[in-house]
Design a protein around this ligand. Structure first.
Ligand code: HAM
Length: 438
């Protein structure tokens, strides 16, 4: 048996291997295209931020900050966090770079790795990637609808057909406090039927109980008062209008009166996107929970108070993010997306040291001419090189032997017929181009 590898990726953290790269590239290319169409500019923010940014924005008592954030103390004594999400960092950048002075709304998007110390299971990793879209400076529900539309479009382009969009409104700082009181009263009288975590949540934020995944808490929740019955006029109108926009845009949705999302900054609209496909856990990934789970592919909502909370001007905002690994795992399962990897049409075989040396220069000439050429510079036998050319199903193999180098020529072999022609080495690129055009 092979000795156990000493170094492995930490629990819940994975390499993205070459065979998975086409999926990531496909997702990012769809995202870039849709972002550009809808007028979003790319922003990249640092992986490390002041830990307080998340304590204040995401919320000190949320699972993300309380249980999942990686915090480190620098040699200078600062507390920095590995970003667990993008929204606080982008709101910080909006203020720091005076984006309030730009024509409104400011539309930004980004992609990249995030870190949460989660209990690893299917679709839940400690390092994962998101695509994230944020809009600042627009309070109209049409923007919430556009954000939902963008995520619907991205996933549709990636051939997800039966998407389930769950929407709700969680009110604002005017109407939510009263609803929280009503909810507290309801759960207090049923405390004994709640899990230990929820009994604690009851004291801090009863809304979190609505998010609990424990069966016993879900049972109690099904009887709980709904926020929709306690929204103020403004929030009610906003929500009604959002649903009208979604209807007009033919975006299917479900109302989920108990959807609250586990982050503190949301106001009014919240939503999550699911697929009817359920990810099958990959045994080789070491996921602890091997049961199939229904994970959200994307989630987001409006957060009108975050920029002000960070000391910026009163700036309404709305956004969402999708989990790239979750999308990849379902894409693999569905197998519906054609991932076009450029295939070489030419193979360059060489014989002898001199030919090897010439090959390097020739490869670069083909690259500049935009012709993809495969090679096996490390191999010496012509037979094994031709075998590789066969496997790659190239149209032509170029053979550069000792004799050809001395005569400054090269052999072009048509692979399906075995027909060969010798041309001048200086004309090799031109000749291949001409033949490929035929
Ligand atoms: P979130 O719901 O925490 O929202 O994450 C968004 C998406 O990231 C999830 O729906 C899921 O697909 C993916 N995700 C989250 N955690 C993990 C994990 N541990 N492993 C794999 N995938 C994961 C946010 O992050 C908000 N910042 C979204 C937002 C943007 N709201 C407004 N603007």
């Amino acid at each position: 048996m092979a000795p156990k590898l000493k170094f492995q990726t930490p629990t819940g953290i994975h390499d993205i291997l070459p065979e998975d790269q086409p999926y990531f590239q496909k997702i990012y290319s769809v995202v870039d295209e849709i972002a550009s169409y809808y007028g979003f500019d790319r922003i990249d923010i640092p992986i490390l931020e002041d830990a307080q940014l998340y304590e204040k924005g995401t919320g000190a008592t949320t699972d993300i900050v309380e249980k999942q954030m990686y915090v480190l103390k620098t040699k200078g004594g600062d507390f920095l966090a590995l970003r667990p999400e993008f929204t606080p960092g982008i709101a910080r950048a909006h203020i720091q770079h005076g984006m309030i002075a730009l024509p409104q709304p400011v539309k930004l998007y980004t992609t990249g790795p995030l870190f949460r110390y989660e209990h690893p299971q299917a679709g839940r990793y400690r390092q994962f990637h998101q695509v994230d879209f944020e809009v600042f400076g627009e309070q109209s529900p049409s923007i919430d609808a556009q954000i939902i539309q963008i995520f619907y479009a991205i996933l549709s382009e990636l051939k997800f057909s039966h998407l389930i969009i769950e929407v709700n409104s969680i009110g604002d700082y005017q109407c939510r406090p009263y609803y929280k009181k009503v909810l507290s009263g309801f759960f207090r009288s049923r405390q004994n039927s709640l899990c230990v975590d929820c009994r604690r949540r009851l004291k801090i934020n009863p809304l979190r109980i609505l998010d609990c995944k424990e069966e016993k808490c879900k049972r109690v929740r099904s009887q709980a008062p709904q926020i929709i019955d306690h929204l103020c006029e403004e929030c009610k109108n906003h929500f009604k209008s959002l649903l009208e926009f979604l209807d007009e845009a033919d975006i299917p949705y479900h109302l989920d009166p108990y959807l609250v999302r586990g982050l503190d900054y949301y106001t009014k609209t919240v939503f999550e996107v699911f697929s009817d496909k359920i990810a099958v856990p990959q045994p080789e990934s070491g996921e602890e929970n091997q049961e199939p789970v229904r994970n959200a592919l994307a989630g987001g909502g409006r957060y009108d108070a975050l920029v002000k909370l960070y000391g910026g001007k009163d700036t309404p905002a709305s956004g969402a993010a999708a989990g790239v690994e979750r999308i990849v795992s379902l894409m693999k399962q569905m197998g519906t997306v054609s991932l076009k990897v450029q295939q070489p049409k030419i193979f360059l075989a060489q014989l002898g040291d001199l030919a090897k040396k010439k090959s390097l220069k020739l490869m670069e000439e083909f690259r500049r001419a935009n012709i993809l050429v495969a090679e096996s510079l490390g191999r010496d036998s012509l037979r094994s090189q031709l075998g590789r050319a066969d496997k790659l199903h190239v149209e032509y193999t170029l053979i550069l032997g000792q004799k050809e180098v001395l005569e400054n020529s090269i052999v072009i072999r048509k692979m399906d017929t075995g027909e060969q022609a010798t041309v001048s080495l200086d004309k090799a690129v031109e000749e291949v181009k001409r033949r490929l055009k035929k």
